[in-house]
Design a protein around this ligand. Structure first.
Ligand SMILES: [Zn+2]
Ligand SMILES: [Zn+2]
Length: 138
């Protein structure tokens, strides 16, 4: 498999991966919603033996046996680990350098799914802000 890479928002943390995708999914659980401040998140399950980190990563135990890694400088969520899957690190797909290459193949914990994203296709969609910020010339 071709090597993949990713980074946090500020660039203090980078990762490289040259192993297989063990899992590739969108998670709709409430814990992920709150942890990422987003209606859902997407993960690529990676073999820790092939996953190489650069920079400092801090983690938070979001429930017993579940850890969420993040960049201590900018707060970007980087991974989820669980005692239930000791041989996998679930890296947040949105941290990929090549974001457009990502294609999830499943959605999980759909019972906890937020409803409002279902209506996004009905909303106006602007390339910019749509309405300029106050005081802006844009
Ligand atoms: Zn960062
Ligand atoms: Zn989740």
């Amino acid at each position: 498999m071709a090597e993949q890479s990713g980074r946090c928002l500020c660039g203090a943390v980078r990762w490289r991966y040259d192993g297989p995708h063990l899992r590739n999914l969108i998670c709709h659980c409430e814990s992920c919603q709150r942890a990422t401040s987003a209606p859902f998140t997407a993960f690529v399950g990676m073999d820790p033996a092939h996953l190489h980190w650069q920079g400092e990563v801090t983690h938070f135990e979001s429930s017993p046996g579940n850890w969420r890694g993040f960049c201590p400088a900018c707060g970007t969520r980087l991974y989820y680990r669980s005692r239930h899957w000791p041989d996998e690190v679930h890296v947040h797909a949105a941290t990929l350098d090549d974001r457009d290459a990502y294609r999830p193949d499943a959605q999980v914990l759909c019972a906890e799914r937020m409803g409002w994203p279902d209506h996004m296709h009905e909303l106006p969609c602007h390339d910019g802000f749509g309405q300029p910020p106050a005081g802006s010339q844009r």
